[in-house]
Design a protein around this ligand. Structure first.
Ligand SMILES: [Zn+2]
Length: 213
């Protein structure tokens, strides 16, 4: 168990978005006590879980108070592709989906990734570097099965910066700009169906069910 939990980052998000991520954090640690004390840092732009080869003690969650980060999920339709189950969860309960709920769902989801790391850590029986290697390799394997063979974020970056002639190569295969948008969408949908993503979502839904009933 880590003991570096810092409540300030979550308080900042809650203040900025009128959200209740602090409650999400505590509910998640009640369901998965080994996550208790997991460090939370404030990030300018993104919310994520960063795992570390030293185990949970070296890992951390990062959360951003940027409302644009969360509203993008809604305005671009990403929420529907990336988190269909969670969106359905809110809608069937009549919960208004906004930046606050997206922030809560994302934190719960990222803690789901942390919880999966815990199962790897347990399996490795104290060899944290081995657990880190195993889950990272599995991550790479799953990402490799996506239609674009990489995360949508990475593909977008490669496209925008034409990294290693990426854009040129895609166009060479006969894809137009419209096709590219469709490819990204297909990739996003497939991403949400990766086993690791579903595991994280399942955990998030358990946490949200405790709060939203
Ligand atoms: Zn995820």
């Amino acid at each position: 168990m880590s003991d570096s939990y810092n409540p300030l980052a979550l308080m900042e998000v809650d203040r900025a978005l009128q959200a209740n991520t602090t409650r999400i954090y505590h509910q998640a640690t009640r369901l998965a006590p080994s996550l208790g004390g997991l460090a939370v840092l404030l990030d300018k732009d993104v919310t994520y879980f960063k795992l570390d080869e030293q185990g949970l003690g070296g890992s951390h969650l990062a959360v951003t108070p940027q409302s644009e980060y969360y509203s993008r999920f809604l305005t671009s339709g990403w929420a529907g592709w990336r988190m269909p189950e969670i969106l359905r969860f809110f809608i069937t309960r009549g919960v208004n989906v906004g930046t606050a709920t997206i922030a809560e769902a994302l934190l719960a989801h990222e803690m789901g990734h942390a919880e999966e790391f815990v199962t790897y850590l347990k399996e490795a029986g104290g060899d944290n570097a081995q657990a880190y290697k195993a889950i990272t390799q599995e991550r790479a394997r799953q990402i490799g099965t996506l239609p674009l063979g990489m995360s949508t974020h990475r593909a977008q970056k490669n496209w925008e910066g034409n990294v290693n002639n990426y854009q040129r190569d895609i166009r060479k295969q006969g894809y137009s700009d419209g096709d590219w948008e469709e490819l990204l969408e297909t990739n996003l949908v497939a991403y949400a169906q990766l086993q690791q993503e579903c595991t994280a979502d399942a955990f998030a839904l358990r946490v949200l069910a405790e709060i939203y009933g």
